[in-house]
Design a protein around this ligand. Structure first.
Ligand SMILES: Nc1nc2c(ncn2[C@@H]2O[C@H](COP(=O)(O)OP(=O)(O)OP(=O)(O)O)[C@@H](O)[C@H]2O)c(=O)[nH]1
Length: 233
């Protein structure tokens, strides 16, 4: 019995990373999963995924991280993988204004292929290449914060796959956003099931009333419905 492993209690979450080509999506994933940085990373073709276990707020998760190809010509290869996503990271590079401007179209593309309510889905904006000198920065943090506010994205973080700064924090933040929406959904489901129970109670009351009614019209009700107190012999 010593080699029996306890069942895994990890919650599996599918995380998709989107953003323009060259912003650093593959490097972000590789730094997080393998603690590795490739200064000559090649373009991704289609999608690639890696798993990584993570503990957030005393809960254990397995993140299934999908790194997608940012180049337009690979659109048809990446979009079939959007369905079933739990968390979407929208990435841009702090030294590439165009990649920041493209965030809205990445979000739109995601929503076109995975029909979820954008206001209730954990999108997280991730700035990459935060290690670059200030003189190369093309996207001020305040502008990103404003974009997030306008698009109802609650979380934004800048990272560097090169130095590791904020990489693990970005994924933990993303899980926390997921937890937030999950808790809201759970609360609503609980409230709904409470309503259902109340509804069932009123249905039962009606059922009792019908039973008396049937007895009055047609004599004795069917055997299964009879209550000895109500129908004395
Ligand atoms: N300075 C710096 N360079 C980075 C960082 N992350 C990635 N890079 C570089 O940016 C280039 C592109 O990185 P990738 O991770 O391949 O970019 P990608 O977004 O996956 O690109 P596609 O596969 O074409 O979508 C590579 O030369 C990386 O070395 C970073 O944090 N800092």
């Amino acid at each position: 019995m010593t080699n029996m492993r306890p069942p895994s209690k990890n919650i599996l979450l599918k995380v998709v990373i989107l953003g323009d080509g060259n912003v650093g999506k593959s490097c972000l994933m590789n730094r997080f999963v393998s603690n590795y940085f490739d200064a000559n990373s090649f373009h991704t073709i289609g999608v690639e995924f890696l798993n990584k276990d993570l503990q957030v707020d005393q809960k254990r998760y397995t993140l299934q991280i999908w790194d997608t190809a940012g180049q337009e010509r690979f659109r048809a290869l990446r979009t079939p993988f959007y369905r079933g996503t739990d968390i979407c990271l929208l990435t841009y590079a702090v030294n590439d204004r165009q990649s920041f401007k493209a965030l809205a179209s990445w979000r739109d593309e995601f929503l076109r292929y995975y029909d979820v309510n954008p206001d209730r889905f954990p999108f997280v904006v991730v700035g990459t290449k935060n290690d670059l000198p200030a003189a190369q920065r093309e996207v001020p943090a305040e502008e990103v914060a404003q974009w997030c506010q306008e698009h109802h994205v609650a979380a934004y973080i800048e990272t560097s796959a090169k130095t590791s700064e904020n990489v693990a924090t970005a994924f933990a933040l993303a899980v926390q956003q997921w937890q937030k929406f999950e808790r809201t959904t759970e609360r609503e489901l609980r409230a709904q099931s409470q309503d259902t129970i109340d509804l069932m109670q009123s249905v039962n009351l009606n059922a009792n009333r019908n039973r008396f009614c049937c007895a009055g019209i047609g004599g004795r009700p069917a055997a299964g419905l009879q209550d000895d107190d109500d129908y004395p012999n």
